[in-house]
Design a protein around this ligand. Structure first.
Ligand code: UD1
Length: 464
């Protein structure tokens, strides 16, 4: 008996360690109690993907540029630290407000960008275009970003080479160098947002005229081009498939407001739809949301538009639809997972085909844990709508799918815990606060063990 009593604490400790995936490492998680329709009004921030291109463009200028409506999210803050580390001057005119930043690229001395953080964000590649354009030389850590497919950068490289640069990849770094850059006609083999913006950056300081054929038409491509033009670049045709760029020697001071984030807006539209709520999404450009609005209308949502707001009302269960992701102005891949959540709860059978990123259905396994009826074959998801989802412990596999799992939690019966919310924080500012302002029950907690997690879930079960 005595020896058994001695063993018990050890066994308990082993049990705790075995069951604790983090082994004492604190991790932030969302705890959500579902079932409340979201109601109210929410304001959308600046577009993250626009901001990344604009911040890169800003370091090409040796005068001070002001950027407004900057989203205060992790990817942006990592990017700002990266440009600061190579010598760009960064000033927040109002120290308590990270939505306005002033940048001056005159002090840049170091053309090599590498740290553990920059390796984690996809848009680090914009620093190649910006530094190569301005200094004709760059070395940047290969991009990371969300794990949603192979994500090659061959079209970026093809563009830089066409302009006259030598490109070398070695030990996780891309090295680009040119004696001079000379404008060329570049035909993109695939429509790529990143390659279009990157080539635009480099070509805006090349000699002569560059034409990008089969260019991406996303609103953020237009936003970056407008910012470059404000600084004195000569870019025409952004927003069409053919962008013409006449290179200039240097840029001048500018003041630019970033466009609203269409994906953040679309995410709140889906949150309203999935919870059968009534939400007005303000500070948006409704024209940028047309593909999203059209699908929600098709599924039976009621939508009202004003100049800069969209109201989504869903009084009865949504119906099924068919979605195929496409480059803009088609249905955005970044909205695919949020719509799958809506369709998982809609009546009837839906088909969603992913045409941009081959591995973008990883999260559907998590939705199945919550009671969804989804099967994936290749790049198509077959969704049979169910009457309800039920709360579960799920893991965010990437930024947008993470947001989709939060929406699933808000529309499910019972409590949901979303792990790995670091992905969500890369691109959504005050996500939980904004959802709470609409009546959603969602809390962020720092968790070290499964016991803590279970405790939080039990506690939340009693709320409301
Ligand atoms: C950007 C967005 C991302 C969005 C995506 C598509 C940023 C920081 N990220 O990513 O949120 O999901 O656009 O709208 O703005 N491709 C190649 N070779 C290349 C480049 C791309 O084959 O050199 C392929 C990709 O694998 C993908 C397709 O082209 O199949 C589109 O990718 P792209 O538009 O480049 O996406 P990103 O710019 O990485």
């Amino acid at each position: 008996m005595g020896s058994l009593r001695k063993e018990r604490p050890l066994r308990q400790l082993f049990y705790v360690l075995r069951r604790s995936p983090q082994r004492g490492i604190m991790e932030h998680q969302y705890f959500i109690k579902g079932g409340n329709p979201l109601v109210g009004s929410v304001e959308i921030g600046g577009a993250k993907n626009s901001a990344l291109g604009i911040l890169a463009a800003a370091i090409m200028c040796d005068e001070t540029v002001t950027i407004r409506n900057l989203p205060d999210v992790n990817d942006i803050n990592v990017f700002i630290n990266a440009i600061k580390s190579i010598g760009a001057q960064i000033v927040y005119p109002n120290p308590n407000d990270r939505h306005i930043v002033m940048i001056n690229g005159r002090g840049i001395r170091n053309l090599e960008v590498d740290n553990e953080y920059i390796r984690q964000i996809r848009a680090s590649y914009y620093l190649i275009g910006a530094l190569l354009g301005k200094y004709k030389e760059a070395a940047v850590a290969l991009p990371g970003g969300c794990n949603i497919g192979a994500r090659p950068i061959d079209q970026h490289q093809k563009g830089f080479k066409a302009l006259g640069a030598d490109i070398k990849i070695d030990k996780g770094m891309i090295y680009a160098r040119a004696d001079k850059l000379v404008g060329k006609t570049i035909y993109l083999d695939v429509v790529s947002v990143g390659a279009t913006i990157n080539i635009m950056l480099a070509a805006s300081m090349a000699e002569g005229k560059t034409i990008i054929e089969n260019a991406a038409k996303e609103p953020h491509v237009v936003d970056v081009a407008q910012f470059l033009n404000q600084m004195g670049a000569d870019i025409r045709g952004a927003g069409t498939g053919r962008i013409r760029i006449n290179g200039v020697k240097k840029f001048k001071a500018a003041d630019h407001e970033i466009i609203p984030d269409q994906i953040e807006a679309g995410t709140f539209m889906c949150a309203a739809a999935a919870t059968m709520g009534d939400v007005t999404i303000t500070h948006v450009i409704p024209q940028h949301l047309e593909a999203i609005t059209a699908k929600l209308l098709d599924m039976g949502a009621q939508i009202e538009e004003t100049d800069d707001a969209i109201r989504v009302v869903v009084p009865k269960r949504l119906g099924s639809t068919t979605i195929k992701t496409m480059p803009h102005p088609g249905f955005p891949t970044d909205m695919q997972s949020q719509f799958v959540v809506c369709l998982a709860l809609a009546s009837g059978n839906s088909l969603v085909t992913e045409k941009i990123f081959e591995s973008r259905f990883q999260y559907t396994g998590e939705l199945v844990k919550m009671g969804a009826n989804i099967t994936v074959e290749g790049t198509t998801a077959f969704i049979q709508g169910v009457d309800k989802l039920t709360g579960a412990i799920v893991k965010a596999p990437d930024l947008r799918a993470g947001a989709a799992l939060v929406i699933a939690g808000l529309s499910a019966e019972g409590c949901t815990c979303v792990e790995d919310i670091k992905y969500i924080k890369r691109g959504y500012e005050n996500f939980a606060e904004k959802l709470r302002s609409l009546g959603g029950i969602i809390e962020e907690r720092e968790i070290a063990s499964h016991e803590d997690q279970e405790h939080e879930m039990r506690r939340l079960e009693l709320v409301g």
